[in-house]
Write a protein that binds this ligand. Structure first.
Ligand code: 5GP
Length: 346
């Protein structure tokens, strides 16, 4: 029995220490980054935040809205080819990932879309990125699509990050179990604290000129800042972007002052009972559900939330004296904390 005794940390275990600087205002900072991807050789510039490829948030409406902020969206994989073809053919999809799993049906649909519309970015998503089969699938996709940006995951350790970059992925998605509607840790006991996972995977990927995307576990804008501070090139959000007009979820209304007003929206994990019933006709007998279904408060247009997120990142940069988002990880010193919020007023 081997027990790793090094302490591994989550977002909640640290704060970012302020640093002296000459920066005066949030307007002096630049939250865009430019990346050149290691395999595809393509360049991308924007705010490196990605809406998760989940039913509720990985929608075309979210993609259009986030693109206006220079941010990205990984569309969920359940759109039919008939909707994906006109979307990729007729709209600006420089900030959009086409998502697929590893089944033959996923592959066939991707071939059909690709034959009729230009797809520039791929998100290859599995719950467990540690299988040899997954490595082979990445290799095949890379061989067939040399010019596409490929993001693949999920993993949480440096060794597997390296394996996936070497197999052909440009961006490695990091996170097993931290998600807001994820029950993997409860159901399987498997996982890795997300801040440490990002630090370790970023180090491994950067050594090979790859990038990482911290996926899951951000609950407040400060967590996104911590992810960038830990070395995450991109950050993926599910729950923080749920509950908006651009999402696809059932809305619950309440009578208030004689009027019906929206108060909540459903949000669920992609391997929850809800998702499995919707797409697979039930939970297969050999697997347990590893996601939950929740209601999140209805929050109106997504623009307000994006402005809050971008404002939070900008403000963090002034606290540590980083003019460019690229400098954030170099200027970050984390301090370990026992508690980080004053909860006296709830
Ligand atoms: P959040 O930002 O909500 O904390 O995390 C979003 C991430 O949770 C997604 O990008 C995905 O990696 C993960 N996720 C989504 N649905 C499920 C699920 O049903 N089970 C598990 N284990 N993870 C999920």
């Amino acid at each position: 029995m081997i027990i790793e005794n090094d302490l591994k940390l989550d977002f909640k275990d640290v704060l970012i220490r302020p640093k002296r600087s000459t920066l005066e205002s949030r307007n002096d900072v630049d939250i865009e980054r430019t990346f050149r991807f290691v395999h595809s050789g393509l360049e991308w510039t924007g705010f490196p935040l990605i809406a998760a490829n989940m039913d509720v948030v990985g929608t075309m409406a979210v993609a259009r809205a986030l693109s206006r902020f220079g941010a990205l969206t990984a569309l969920h994989k359940h759109y039919p080819a008939e909707s994906l073809i006109p979307f990729f053919r007729d709209e600006d999809t420089a900030n959009v990932f086409y998502s697929l799993g590893t089944t033959e049906a996923d592959y066939d649909k991707f071939q059909a879309v690709k034959a009729k519309a230009p797809v520039g970015k791929l998100c290859l998503d599995v719950a467990n990125g540690y299988t040899e089969r997954f490595v082979r699938v990445i290799g095949r996709l890379r061989q067939e699509n040399p010019d596409m940006v490929i993001m693949a995951g999920n993993v949480v350790t440096g060794d597997m990050t390296e394996a996936l970059v070497l197999a052909g992925a440009d961006i490695i998605k990091v996170g097993i179990g931290p998600g807001s509607v994820c029950t993997t840790r409860k159901m399987t006991g498997v996982g890795y604290p997300q801040l440490s996972a990002i630090i370790e995977c970023a180090d491994a990927a950067h050594g090979l000129k790859g990038q990482v995307c911290g996926d899951g576990g951000c609950t407040v804008p400060g967590d996104i800042s911590k992810a960038y501070g830990a070395g995450s090139d991109f950050v993926m959000l599910g729950g923080m972007l749920a509950g908006h007009d651009e999402c696809e979820g059932d809305i619950r209304y309440e009578e208030r002052g004689g009027q019906k007003v929206p108060v909540a929206m459903t949000f669920y994990g992609m391997s929850s009972d809800t998702a499995m019933h919707k797409y697979a006709g039930g939970v297969a007998s050999y697997r347990a559900s590893e996601g939950k279904t929740v209601e999140v408060p209805y929050r109106g247009p997504i623009d307000g939330t994006m402005q809050e997120i971008m404002g939070g990142v900008r403000s963090m940069m002034t606290y540590i004296g980083a003019t460019k988002l690229k400098e954030v990880s170099k200027r970050t010193t984390f301090v370990r904390v026992g508690a980080q919020l004053n909860t006296v007023f709830g």
